[in-house]
Design a binder for this molecule. Structure first.
Ligand code: CP
Length: 311
């Protein structure tokens, strides 16, 4: 295993260079092939990954647990409410102590600052399993899935329609790193964080791609190779559900949107889906959907990240 990323954290896409992300994607491709051949790869024997979660999860939790198990290690799922954290122990002390017990931490929480604090104080790699600002593991699986279909991300036209949330931000960032043309179409007031967009746009320009934001869904979808959406009401925003459904309705992925895209366009969604809200049943389960490959690729990319960062 290359040593370049050993000990490194992955708190946001921008932590890693294009070459480092490419290393992870190439390894994920290899690991996917080896798994299909039923080849055992005990790259991390005896290592333990602790998963500290403040929110529910299906894909991130299960794929990470399976990933470390298939690499020869073990997972320790720890709801944050069960730790002394819930009674006021600091993130710093938790990070210092867990660094003596386990080989890596995967954190799902609300504030990006919490993940950043773990990364600052832990002496082991810290991986972001979703915050309000970022979902880098999802972005890596998205990039793998797009590469599988188009052979590259460079020059691929990606249209994200919906809420300018964490998934949108990480997609903009990874698309920018690889020179894709990414546009986020959101209703007014739902735009992705302007600071992250500006950084991603500068990165995209350096790599021959582009990043832009619009309030016009049809113009974003026109000619797109990838149509991407996410749930309209993310965890923690349930009290805004009615307003969000009303505001985001024109940004739903449906047959009309698909007909405006490139004839070979694919449909992506990070899941969980609310069928009939942000995406129609026809698109989610249709022949142009890559959603289930995208979900599977969470396993291969997370395995690659762990294999590369855990000592
Ligand atoms: N896409 C994703 O992160 O799914 P989970 O919330 O189930 O982990």
């Amino acid at each position: 295993m290359p040593e370049t990323l050993k000990g490194r954290s992955f708190t946001r896409v921008a932590d890693w260079s294009r070459g480092e992300l490419e290393l992870a994607l190439d390894l994920a491709d290899e690991l996917k092939v080896e798994r299909s051949r039923r080849k055992e790869l005990r790259i991390l024997p005896g290592r333990t990954l602790a998963l500290i979660f403040r929110k529910p999860s299906t894909r991130t939790r299960i794929s990470s647990e399976v990933a470390i198990a298939e690499l020869g290690g073990m997972a320790l799922y720890v709801p944050a409410a069960d730790l002394q954290l819930a009674r006021g122990e600091s993130t710093r002390d938790t990070a210092l102590v867990l660094s003596r017990f386990v080989s890596a931490l995967l954190i799902r929480t609300f504030e990006q600052a919490e993940v950043d604090a773990y990364a600052e104080h832990a002496s082991i790699p810290v991986v972001n399993g979703l915050t309000e600002e970022a979902h880098p593991l999802q972005a890596l699986a998205d990039a793998m899935t797009i590469r599988e279909r188009f052979g590259t991300l460079t020059g691929v036209r990606i249209a994200y329609l919906g809420d300018g949330n964490n998934v949108c931000l990480s997609l903009l960032q990874i698309g920018a790193r690889f020179g894709a043309h990414v546009v986020a179409a959101t209703p007014p007031g739902y735009e992705p964080d302007a600071r992250v967009v500006a950084q991603a746009a500068a990165d995209a320009a350096r790599n021959g791609g582009s990043v832009s934001v619009t309030n016009d869904a049809p113009s974003a979808a026109a000619g797109a190779h990838v149509l991407y959406t996410d749930v309209w009401t993310s965890m923690g925003h349930e009290d805004e559900r009615e307003r969000r459904i009303r505001d985001l309705r024109p940004f739903r992925l449906d047959a009309d949107v698909l007909s405006a895209a490139d004839p070979e366009a694919v449909v992506m969604h990070c899941l969980p889906a609310h069928v009939g809200e942000e995406i129609t049943e026809e698109l989610l389960y249709g022949p142009q959907s890559l959603v289930w490959d995208q979900a599977e690729n969470r396993l291969h990319t997370q395995k690659a990240v762990l294999a590369l960062v855990v000592r």
